[in-house]
Design a protein around this ligand. Structure first.
Ligand code: GLY
Ligand code: MN
Ligand code: MN
Length: 436
Protein backbone atom coordinates (compact mmCIF):
# COMPACT_ATOMS: atom_id res chain seq x y z
CA UNK A 1 0.00 0.00 0.00
CA UNK A 2 1.25 3.46 -0.87
CA UNK A 3 2.40 5.88 1.78
CA UNK A 4 -0.30 8.47 2.41
CA UNK A 5 1.30 11.89 2.74
CA UNK A 6 -1.94 13.33 4.09
CA UNK A 7 -2.06 10.86 7.01
CA UNK A 8 1.31 11.98 8.29
CA UNK A 9 0.35 15.63 7.93
CA UNK A 10 -2.77 15.06 10.04
CA UNK A 11 -0.64 13.47 12.76
CA UNK A 12 1.79 16.40 12.81
CA UNK A 13 -1.10 18.83 13.00
CA UNK A 14 -2.69 16.91 15.84
CA UNK A 15 0.62 16.88 17.69
CA UNK A 16 1.27 20.58 17.11
CA UNK A 17 -2.24 21.43 18.34
CA UNK A 18 -1.33 19.83 21.69
CA UNK A 19 1.97 21.69 22.04
CA UNK A 20 2.39 24.99 23.86
CA UNK A 21 1.75 28.20 21.89
CA UNK A 22 5.41 29.25 21.81
CA UNK A 23 7.12 25.90 21.62
CA UNK A 24 9.41 23.80 19.44
CA UNK A 25 9.68 20.03 19.09
CA UNK A 26 12.65 17.93 18.00
CA UNK A 27 12.66 14.32 16.97
CA UNK A 28 15.85 12.64 15.72
CA UNK A 29 16.01 9.43 13.68
CA UNK A 30 17.22 6.14 15.11
CA UNK A 31 21.00 5.74 14.82
CA UNK A 32 22.42 3.23 12.35
CA UNK A 33 23.43 0.09 14.28
CA UNK A 34 26.67 -1.63 13.35
CA UNK A 35 26.41 -5.41 12.98
CA UNK A 36 30.01 -6.38 12.50
CA UNK A 37 32.98 -4.48 11.12
CA UNK A 38 31.80 -2.60 8.03
CA UNK A 39 28.36 -4.24 7.91
CA UNK A 40 25.39 -2.47 9.45
CA UNK A 41 22.04 -3.88 10.51
CA UNK A 42 19.27 -3.22 8.00
CA UNK A 43 18.02 0.22 8.96
CA UNK A 44 14.71 0.49 10.79
CA UNK A 45 13.37 3.97 11.42
CA UNK A 46 12.45 5.02 14.95
CA UNK A 47 8.71 4.41 15.30
CA UNK A 48 7.91 7.89 16.65
CA UNK A 49 9.84 9.48 13.80
CA UNK A 50 8.09 7.31 11.25
CA UNK A 51 4.69 8.01 12.78
CA UNK A 52 4.88 11.72 12.08
CA UNK A 53 6.93 11.70 8.87
CA UNK A 54 6.70 8.40 6.97
CA UNK A 55 10.40 9.04 6.28
CA UNK A 56 12.60 5.94 6.45
CA UNK A 57 16.14 7.27 5.97
CA UNK A 58 18.70 7.61 8.76
CA UNK A 59 20.49 10.86 9.67
CA UNK A 60 17.50 13.17 9.79
CA UNK A 61 15.85 15.46 12.31
CA UNK A 62 12.28 16.74 12.47
CA UNK A 63 11.65 20.20 13.86
CA UNK A 64 8.07 21.32 14.52
CA UNK A 65 7.33 24.92 15.37
CA UNK A 66 3.56 25.38 15.68
CA UNK A 67 2.33 28.71 14.34
CA UNK A 68 5.64 29.75 12.77
CA UNK A 69 4.82 31.61 9.58
CA UNK A 70 7.80 30.71 7.37
CA UNK A 71 7.72 26.99 8.15
CA UNK A 72 6.10 24.87 10.85
CA UNK A 73 7.59 21.57 9.74
CA UNK A 74 11.29 21.48 8.95
CA UNK A 75 13.07 18.30 7.92
CA UNK A 76 16.85 18.14 8.21
CA UNK A 77 18.12 15.23 6.13
CA UNK A 78 20.93 13.94 3.95
CA UNK A 79 21.58 15.81 0.74
CA UNK A 80 21.51 14.05 -2.60
CA UNK A 81 24.92 12.65 -3.55
CA UNK A 82 25.46 10.95 -6.92
CA UNK A 83 28.38 8.86 -5.78
CA UNK A 84 26.82 7.66 -2.54
CA UNK A 85 23.54 6.96 -4.33
CA UNK A 86 25.40 4.92 -6.93
CA UNK A 87 26.67 2.65 -4.16
CA UNK A 88 23.85 2.63 -1.63
CA UNK A 89 20.68 3.68 -3.41
CA UNK A 90 18.44 6.69 -3.68
CA UNK A 91 18.36 9.50 -1.16
CA UNK A 92 15.31 11.70 -0.86
CA UNK A 93 17.36 14.88 -0.62
CA UNK A 94 16.21 18.36 0.32
CA UNK A 95 13.73 18.89 -2.52
CA UNK A 96 12.24 15.46 -1.96
CA UNK A 97 11.80 16.22 1.75
CA UNK A 98 9.38 19.00 0.79
CA UNK A 99 7.80 17.49 -2.32
CA UNK A 100 7.42 13.88 -1.22
CA UNK A 101 7.21 14.23 2.54
CA UNK A 102 5.42 17.54 2.90
CA UNK A 103 8.10 19.47 4.79
CA UNK A 104 7.59 23.25 4.68
CA UNK A 105 11.34 23.66 4.55
CA UNK A 106 14.39 21.38 4.53
CA UNK A 107 18.10 21.72 5.28
CA UNK A 108 21.14 19.45 5.19
CA UNK A 109 21.53 17.46 8.41
CA UNK A 110 25.12 18.71 8.52
CA UNK A 111 23.81 22.26 9.13
CA UNK A 112 21.93 21.62 12.39
CA UNK A 113 24.50 23.32 14.61
CA UNK A 114 24.26 26.56 12.62
CA UNK A 115 20.50 26.63 12.23
CA UNK A 116 18.90 25.13 15.34
CA UNK A 117 20.03 27.52 18.08
CA UNK A 118 18.33 30.31 16.10
CA UNK A 119 15.11 28.30 15.87
CA UNK A 120 15.19 27.54 19.60
CA UNK A 121 15.84 31.10 20.68
CA UNK A 122 12.84 32.87 22.25
CA UNK A 123 10.78 29.66 22.42
CA UNK A 124 9.42 28.88 25.89
CA UNK A 125 9.13 25.12 25.68
CA UNK A 126 11.16 22.39 24.03
CA UNK A 127 9.53 19.00 23.40
CA UNK A 128 11.89 16.13 22.66
CA UNK A 129 12.34 12.44 23.52
CA UNK A 130 14.52 12.91 26.59
CA UNK A 131 17.12 10.27 27.32
CA UNK A 132 16.40 8.16 24.23
CA UNK A 133 19.36 9.22 22.11
CA UNK A 134 22.48 10.16 24.10
CA UNK A 135 24.14 11.91 21.17
CA UNK A 136 21.10 14.10 20.58
CA UNK A 137 20.68 14.84 24.32
CA UNK A 138 24.23 16.24 24.37
CA UNK A 139 23.65 18.29 21.22
CA UNK A 140 20.51 19.83 22.63
CA UNK A 141 22.29 20.85 25.83
CA UNK A 142 25.10 22.34 23.76
CA UNK A 143 22.59 24.45 21.80
CA UNK A 144 20.92 25.46 25.03
CA UNK A 145 24.21 26.57 26.58
CA UNK A 146 25.08 28.47 23.43
CA UNK A 147 21.80 30.42 23.81
CA UNK A 148 22.43 30.97 27.52
CA UNK A 149 25.71 32.59 26.54
CA UNK A 150 23.76 35.01 24.34
CA UNK A 151 21.44 36.45 26.98
CA UNK A 152 23.33 39.71 27.27
CA UNK A 153 22.61 40.30 23.58
CA UNK A 154 18.92 40.01 24.38
CA UNK A 155 18.37 36.38 23.39
CA UNK A 156 16.06 34.24 25.50
CA UNK A 157 16.80 30.52 25.89
CA UNK A 158 13.90 28.08 26.43
CA UNK A 159 13.14 27.37 30.08
CA UNK A 160 10.92 24.32 29.95
CA UNK A 161 11.81 20.88 28.63
CA UNK A 162 8.94 18.47 28.08
CA UNK A 163 9.01 14.80 27.20
CA UNK A 164 7.66 14.46 23.66
CA UNK A 165 7.11 10.74 24.10
CA UNK A 166 4.09 10.98 26.29
CA UNK A 167 2.09 13.23 23.97
CA UNK A 168 3.06 11.22 20.92
CA UNK A 169 2.52 7.83 22.54
CA UNK A 170 -1.01 8.63 23.59
CA UNK A 171 -1.68 9.47 19.94
CA UNK A 172 -0.05 6.26 18.75
CA UNK A 173 -2.15 4.19 21.15
CA UNK A 174 -5.37 4.99 19.27
CA UNK A 175 -5.09 3.60 15.76
CA UNK A 176 -6.84 5.39 12.90
CA UNK A 177 -8.39 3.61 9.94
CA UNK A 178 -5.31 3.80 7.72
CA UNK A 179 -3.14 2.27 10.41
CA UNK A 180 -5.70 -0.46 11.00
CA UNK A 181 -5.55 -1.34 7.30
CA UNK A 182 -1.77 -1.72 7.54
CA UNK A 183 -2.06 -3.77 10.73
CA UNK A 184 -4.61 -6.00 9.01
CA UNK A 185 -2.07 -6.52 6.21
CA UNK A 186 0.63 -7.48 8.72
CA UNK A 187 -1.87 -9.82 10.39
CA UNK A 188 -2.99 -11.42 7.10
CA UNK A 189 0.58 -12.10 5.98
CA UNK A 190 1.38 -13.61 9.37
CA UNK A 191 -1.74 -15.76 9.32
CA UNK A 192 -0.75 -17.16 5.94
CA UNK A 193 2.73 -17.89 7.22
CA UNK A 194 1.38 -19.84 10.18
CA UNK A 195 -0.91 -21.83 7.88
CA UNK A 196 2.01 -22.58 5.57
CA UNK A 197 4.11 -23.75 8.53
CA UNK A 198 1.39 -25.95 10.00
CA UNK A 199 1.14 -27.70 6.63
CA UNK A 200 4.91 -28.00 6.23
CA UNK A 201 6.04 -29.23 9.65
CA UNK A 202 7.36 -32.79 9.87
CA UNK A 203 9.09 -34.83 12.57
CA UNK A 204 12.92 -34.55 12.38
CA UNK A 205 12.72 -31.13 10.76
CA UNK A 206 14.99 -28.57 12.41
CA UNK A 207 13.31 -25.68 14.18
CA UNK A 208 15.10 -23.26 11.84
CA UNK A 209 13.67 -25.11 8.85
CA UNK A 210 10.20 -24.43 10.18
CA UNK A 211 11.23 -20.82 10.81
CA UNK A 212 12.22 -20.62 7.14
CA UNK A 213 8.62 -21.34 6.12
CA UNK A 214 7.57 -18.18 7.96
CA UNK A 215 10.34 -16.06 6.54
CA UNK A 216 9.56 -17.27 3.04
CA UNK A 217 5.91 -16.24 3.35
CA UNK A 218 6.71 -12.89 5.00
CA UNK A 219 9.27 -11.82 2.42
CA UNK A 220 7.30 -13.13 -0.54
CA UNK A 221 4.41 -10.95 0.57
CA UNK A 222 6.51 -7.82 0.96
CA UNK A 223 7.19 -7.96 4.68
CA UNK A 224 10.98 -8.07 4.57
CA UNK A 225 11.37 -8.04 8.32
CA UNK A 226 9.80 -9.88 11.19
CA UNK A 227 8.27 -7.71 13.89
CA UNK A 228 10.55 -9.46 16.44
CA UNK A 229 12.83 -12.52 16.37
CA UNK A 230 10.69 -15.62 15.72
CA UNK A 231 10.36 -18.16 18.51
CA UNK A 232 10.22 -21.72 17.16
CA UNK A 233 10.46 -24.13 20.07
CA UNK A 234 9.69 -27.83 20.00
CA UNK A 235 8.95 -29.84 23.17
CA UNK A 236 10.95 -28.51 26.13
CA UNK A 237 12.06 -25.44 24.16
CA UNK A 238 8.46 -24.22 24.10
CA UNK A 239 8.82 -23.65 27.87
CA UNK A 240 11.62 -21.08 27.38
CA UNK A 241 9.61 -17.90 26.91
CA UNK A 242 12.14 -16.05 24.76
CA UNK A 243 13.68 -19.07 23.00
CA UNK A 244 15.20 -17.93 19.70
CA UNK A 245 18.03 -20.41 19.15
CA UNK A 246 15.67 -22.39 16.89
CA UNK A 247 18.35 -24.99 16.19
CA UNK A 248 17.05 -28.32 17.51
CA UNK A 249 15.17 -31.15 15.81
CA UNK A 250 11.39 -31.36 16.09
CA UNK A 251 10.20 -34.66 17.47
CA UNK A 252 7.12 -36.69 16.70
CA UNK A 253 4.85 -36.60 19.76
CA UNK A 254 6.00 -33.10 20.79
CA UNK A 255 4.20 -29.83 20.39
CA UNK A 256 5.95 -26.94 18.71
CA UNK A 257 5.25 -23.38 19.84
CA UNK A 258 5.76 -20.71 17.20
CA UNK A 259 5.55 -17.01 18.06
CA UNK A 260 6.12 -15.23 14.75
CA UNK A 261 4.75 -12.06 13.21
CA UNK A 262 5.54 -9.99 10.16
CA UNK A 263 6.28 -6.29 10.10
CA UNK A 264 4.43 -4.62 7.23
CA UNK A 265 5.19 -0.96 6.46
CA UNK A 266 6.57 -0.74 10.00
CA UNK A 267 3.42 -2.20 11.63
CA UNK A 268 3.68 -5.38 13.66
CA UNK A 269 1.65 -8.54 13.86
CA UNK A 270 2.25 -10.82 16.83
CA UNK A 271 0.85 -14.32 16.62
CA UNK A 272 1.52 -17.52 18.53
CA UNK A 273 0.23 -20.95 17.67
CA UNK A 274 1.12 -24.25 19.26
CA UNK A 275 0.65 -27.39 17.18
CA UNK A 276 1.67 -31.05 17.16
CA UNK A 277 4.81 -31.85 15.16
CA UNK A 278 3.20 -35.03 13.77
CA UNK A 279 -0.22 -33.48 13.16
CA UNK A 280 -2.09 -35.11 16.09
CA UNK A 281 -2.34 -33.84 19.67
CA UNK A 282 -1.90 -36.47 22.42
CA UNK A 283 -4.62 -36.80 25.05
CA UNK A 284 -2.58 -34.93 27.66
CA UNK A 285 -1.61 -32.20 25.21
CA UNK A 286 -5.29 -31.77 24.34
CA UNK A 287 -6.25 -31.36 28.00
CA UNK A 288 -3.74 -28.56 28.53
CA UNK A 289 -4.33 -26.96 25.14
CA UNK A 290 -8.05 -26.71 25.74
CA UNK A 291 -7.51 -24.82 29.00
CA UNK A 292 -5.34 -22.22 27.27
CA UNK A 293 -7.78 -21.95 24.38
CA UNK A 294 -10.78 -21.51 26.69
CA UNK A 295 -8.88 -18.84 28.64
CA UNK A 296 -7.91 -17.04 25.45
CA UNK A 297 -11.39 -17.15 23.92
CA UNK A 298 -13.01 -15.87 27.11
CA UNK A 299 -10.45 -13.08 27.48
CA UNK A 300 -11.03 -11.98 23.86
CA UNK A 301 -14.80 -12.19 24.27
CA UNK A 302 -14.68 -9.64 27.10
CA UNK A 303 -12.92 -6.98 25.02
CA UNK A 304 -14.96 -3.85 24.39
CA UNK A 305 -14.66 -0.15 25.16
CA UNK A 306 -14.91 0.62 28.87
CA UNK A 307 -13.48 -2.59 30.33
CA UNK A 308 -10.22 -2.24 32.20
CA UNK A 309 -6.84 -3.27 30.81
CA UNK A 310 -6.44 -6.15 33.26
CA UNK A 311 -9.97 -7.60 32.91
CA UNK A 312 -9.01 -10.02 30.09
CA UNK A 313 -5.96 -11.09 32.12
CA UNK A 314 -8.08 -11.79 35.20
CA UNK A 315 -10.53 -13.80 33.12
CA UNK A 316 -7.66 -15.86 31.70
CA UNK A 317 -6.18 -16.40 35.17
CA UNK A 318 -9.55 -17.61 36.46
CA UNK A 319 -10.02 -20.17 33.68
CA UNK A 320 -6.42 -21.36 33.80
CA UNK A 321 -6.54 -21.82 37.58
CA UNK A 322 -9.80 -23.72 37.33
CA UNK A 323 -8.38 -25.92 34.56
CA UNK A 324 -5.27 -26.70 36.61
CA UNK A 325 -7.45 -27.64 39.59
CA UNK A 326 -9.50 -29.98 37.39
CA UNK A 327 -6.32 -31.70 36.21
CA UNK A 328 -5.11 -31.89 39.82
CA UNK A 329 -2.04 -29.85 38.96
CA UNK A 330 -3.16 -27.28 41.57
CA UNK A 331 -4.95 -28.19 44.77
CA UNK A 332 -7.10 -25.95 46.96
CA UNK A 333 -9.79 -23.33 46.58
CA UNK A 334 -9.75 -21.38 43.33
CA UNK A 335 -10.13 -18.06 45.14
CA UNK A 336 -7.16 -18.69 47.41
CA UNK A 337 -5.00 -20.09 44.59
CA UNK A 338 -5.67 -16.98 42.49
CA UNK A 339 -4.97 -14.68 45.45
CA UNK A 340 -1.69 -16.50 46.09
CA UNK A 341 -0.79 -16.40 42.38
CA UNK A 342 -0.32 -20.18 42.28
CA UNK A 343 -0.85 -20.16 38.50
CA UNK A 344 2.31 -18.07 38.08
CA UNK A 345 4.48 -21.17 38.30
CA UNK A 346 3.00 -22.22 34.94
CA UNK A 347 1.64 -18.96 33.48
CA UNK A 348 4.26 -16.39 34.38
CA UNK A 349 3.51 -13.55 31.97
CA UNK A 350 0.68 -11.13 31.40
CA UNK A 351 -2.11 -11.86 28.94
CA UNK A 352 -1.14 -9.16 26.46
CA UNK A 353 0.32 -5.82 25.48
CA UNK A 354 -0.40 -2.95 23.11
CA UNK A 355 0.49 -3.60 19.47
CA UNK A 356 1.28 -1.14 16.68
CA UNK A 357 4.44 0.24 15.11
CA UNK A 358 6.31 -1.52 17.92
CA UNK A 359 5.48 -5.07 18.87
CA UNK A 360 5.32 -4.01 22.51
CA UNK A 361 3.72 -0.76 21.53
CA UNK A 362 3.68 2.52 23.38
CA UNK A 363 0.95 3.95 25.60
CA UNK A 364 0.29 3.83 29.32
CA UNK A 365 -1.38 0.80 30.87
CA UNK A 366 -2.46 2.69 33.95
CA UNK A 367 -4.03 6.11 34.32
CA UNK A 368 -3.80 7.69 37.77
CA UNK A 369 -3.00 4.35 39.35
CA UNK A 370 -6.00 2.60 37.81
CA UNK A 371 -5.76 0.08 35.00
CA UNK A 372 -6.74 1.99 31.90
CA UNK A 373 -10.11 1.54 30.21
CA UNK A 374 -10.08 0.20 26.66
CA UNK A 375 -11.13 2.60 23.90
CA UNK A 376 -12.05 2.18 20.26
CA UNK A 377 -8.93 2.07 18.08
CA UNK A 378 -6.64 0.41 20.61
CA UNK A 379 -4.97 -2.81 19.44
CA UNK A 380 -3.77 -5.39 21.93
CA UNK A 381 -2.62 -8.98 21.98
CA UNK A 382 -4.33 -11.73 23.96
CA UNK A 383 -1.85 -14.48 24.72
CA UNK A 384 -2.33 -16.71 27.73
CA UNK A 385 -0.08 -19.74 28.05
CA UNK A 386 0.89 -22.75 30.16
CA UNK A 387 4.47 -23.92 30.46
CA UNK A 388 5.66 -27.07 32.21
CA UNK A 389 9.42 -27.38 32.04
CA UNK A 390 11.35 -30.31 33.41
CA UNK A 391 11.83 -28.27 36.63
CA UNK A 392 8.08 -27.82 37.16
CA UNK A 393 6.60 -29.49 40.20
CA UNK A 394 4.05 -31.56 38.26
CA UNK A 395 3.57 -35.19 37.24
CA UNK A 396 6.00 -36.26 34.52
CA UNK A 397 3.22 -36.61 31.98
CA UNK A 398 2.85 -32.80 31.84
CA UNK A 399 6.54 -31.99 31.56
CA UNK A 400 8.16 -30.42 28.48
CA UNK A 401 4.86 -29.09 27.21
CA UNK A 402 4.64 -25.37 26.51
CA UNK A 403 1.50 -23.84 25.02
CA UNK A 404 0.64 -20.27 24.10
CA UNK A 405 -2.13 -19.00 21.85
CA UNK A 406 -1.84 -15.38 20.78
CA UNK A 407 -4.10 -13.22 18.63
CA UNK A 408 -4.21 -9.51 17.80
CA UNK A 409 -7.40 -7.71 18.74
CA UNK A 410 -8.74 -4.30 17.71
CA UNK A 411 -11.16 -2.57 20.07
CA UNK A 412 -14.17 -1.42 18.01
CA UNK A 413 -17.08 0.92 18.84
CA UNK A 414 -19.12 -1.81 20.46
CA UNK A 415 -16.76 -4.73 20.97
CA UNK A 416 -13.73 -6.06 19.18
CA UNK A 417 -12.41 -7.44 15.93
CA UNK A 418 -9.75 -10.14 15.91
CA UNK A 419 -7.28 -9.13 13.19
CA UNK A 420 -5.85 -12.66 13.17
CA UNK A 421 -9.16 -14.54 13.26
CA UNK A 422 -8.52 -16.36 9.98
CA UNK A 423 -5.88 -18.54 11.63
CA UNK A 424 -7.18 -21.89 12.99
CA UNK A 425 -6.78 -22.48 16.71
CA UNK A 426 -9.17 -25.20 17.87
CA UNK A 427 -7.74 -28.72 18.18
CA UNK A 428 -10.05 -29.97 15.43
CA UNK A 429 -9.23 -27.10 13.05
CA UNK A 430 -5.49 -27.48 13.53
CA UNK A 431 -5.54 -31.27 13.08
CA UNK A 432 -7.75 -30.90 10.01
CA UNK A 433 -5.43 -28.31 8.45
CA UNK A 434 -2.31 -30.32 9.21
CA UNK A 435 -3.68 -33.53 7.78
CA UNK A 436 -5.49 -32.26 4.71
N1 GLY B 1 6.36 -11.88 20.51
C1 GLY B 1 6.49 -11.14 21.69
C2 GLY B 1 5.31 -11.22 22.53
O1 GLY B 1 4.46 -12.05 22.31
O2 GLY B 1 5.13 -10.44 23.41
MN1 MN C 1 2.82 -10.68 22.23
MN1 MN D 1 4.18 -13.02 20.47
Amino acid sequence: MKLKKQEFKKRRQELMAMMGSNSIAFLPTAPVANRNRDVDHIYRQDSDFYYITGFSEPEALVVLIPGREQAEYILFCREKDDNKELWHGRRTGLEGACEEFGADDSFPITDIDEIIPGLMENRDQVYYPMGCNAEFDIKLLEWLNQLRGNVRKGGRPPTEFISLDHVLHEMRLIKKSWEIKLMQMAADISVEAHIRAMKAVRPKMKEFQLEAEYLHEFITQGARSTAYPSIVGGGKNACVLHYIDNNESLKSGDLVLVDAGAEYQNYAADITRTFPVNGRFTTNQKLLYQIVLDAQNAAIEAIKPGIHWDDPHNIAVDIITEGLINLKILKGSKKKLIKDGAYKAFFMHKTGHWLGLDVHDVGDYKVEDEWRQLEMGMVLTVEPGLYFSHHSKVANKWKNIGIRIEDDVLVTADGHHVLTQALPKTIEEIEYLMNS
